[in-house]
Design a protein around this ligand. Structure first.
Ligand code: SF4
Length: 380
């Protein structure tokens, strides 16, 4: 297969989901990394009693999130001791599950299982959700694509609140493993000042425990109210910051994110990103989007505006996952995703934004296509 075909294949796999035979799942949870639902569930179907892979690698090292869909034609089977991906008609390529981190078997000094505190996304990104709670659900104003509460109820696989000290210990254990390169920190919505204090405290603790002068990776807090808050985040020692805008088009943002848009306007996000570029520097700030819920034109407008401010973007491929209000809906076609992401990649390249791959790279997560599209254009 040619390199561009792997991007096409990843797109197909993300929007159609995949299934696997029981033989293919041998070694999962011991040798290979299983899903632990640190925040959202991305599968098309829940699988409370079945361990499934978090993600897998295609032959060109492209990382693909495993999104279970028993109706999908895509299948991974074990054939002659190799994992083979087929489309129901023919074999496509060999794939690899990702190794299970050693710290998944360890406990903190407070006797907490480390895997319930931090998880590895993709191959190299240590993920912490500092609080699995979002106030918008209680008013039925959650973002239409979000399944935070149902994921937590279905799997109950992580601690909802994590002690900062425990996070530090997990970071130390994880960074001692050779493949771990970045952190990603996020949480639900809660009282603003508390979030600034909590996040800066966590970053300092990670940096002390892992022996890092500055922490390579990204925090995704709520929009900052002013430059002072952004400086506090920077001074804590994290290298990059991002803000989850979700949807660029303002009217759609209000419709799709009813609670969040009451707390933070489109303009507050843009101002936070502008201010953050001043403090963190070009390329070290991200606008995070859910891709597939707004027209190509408005999504690309967002990419254009944010890159003109010196920011990068991370667009996650929307999954109509169980427990969200959009469960059972369908994503746009793979052609739509491919054409849109290639155009987005071109906009990023023309804006000459530093790639920021020392903080977030194509190995970090299997649910975004932009890094892969940029790789095709020579940016790793
Ligand atoms: S703000 Fe939206 S996406 Fe984030 S946790 Fe709350 S409902 Fe989910």
């Amino acid at each position: 297969m040619e390199r561009h075909e792997f991007l096409e294949l990843k797109t197909e796999l993300l929007i159609n989901g995949i299934k696997s035979t029981p033989e293919a799942l041998k070694g999962l949870g011991s040798k290979y990394k299983e899903q632990n639902h640190g925040l959202f569930g991305w599968d098309f179907e829940d699988h409370a009693n079945i361990a499934l892979p978090d993600d897998f690698a295609l032959p060109d090292d492209t990382i693909v999130q495993f999104r279970r869909n028993s109706r999908s034609n895509y299948l991974i089977d074990l054939v002659n001791d190799q994992l083979i991906l087929s489309n129901g008609k023919e074999n496509l390529c060999q794939v690899k599950w990702l190794p299970r981190p050693a710290f998944y078997n360890k406990k903190t000094t407070s006797n907490k299982e480390m895997v319930k505190i931090g998880q590895i996304g993709g191959e190299d990104c240590l993920f912490f959700c500092y609080q699995n709670f979002c106030s918008h659900f209680s008013k039925n104003e959650q973002c239409l694509f979000c399944n935070l509460v149902s994921t937590s109820q279905t799997y109950d696989s992580v601690l909802k609140k994590k002690a900062t000290q425990d996070i530090g210990e997990v970071a130390k254990a994880a960074f001692s493993e050779s493949n771990v390169k970045h952190v990603l920190l996020t949480g639900g919505c809660f009282k603003h000042q508390k979030e600034v204090e909590l996040v800066t405290d966590i970053v300092r603790t990670i940096s002390e425990h892992a022996g890092l002068n500055r922490v390579p990776g990204t925090i995704l807090p709520s929009p900052a109210k002013n430059l002072d808050e952004i400086e506090k985040y920077y001074d804590s020692g994290i290298n990059a910051i991002g803000f989850s805008m979700e949807i660029w088009d303002e009217m759609l943002y209000r419709a799709i994110c009813p609670g969040k848009s009451k707390s933070f306007s489109h303009d507050e996000f843009v101002n936070s990103i502008r201010n953050a570029v001043e403090v963190f520097g070009e390329g070290n700030v991200y606008g995070v989007f859910v891709m597939g819920l707004e027209p190509r034109e408005t999504f690309l407008d967002g990419v254009r505006v944010l890159t003109s401010l010196g920011a990068n973007v991370v667009p996650f491929v929307w999954s109509p996952n169980p427990g969200s209000k959009l469960e059972g809906h369908r994503a746009p076609t793979s052609k739509w995703y491919l054409e849109t992401i290639m155009e987005a990649a071109q906009i990023v390249i023309e804006a000459k934004i530093p790639s920021g791959t020392e903080n977030h790279c194509f190995k970090c997560d299997g649910n975004s296509l932009l890094h892969d599209a940029l790789r095709l254009k020579g940016i790793e």
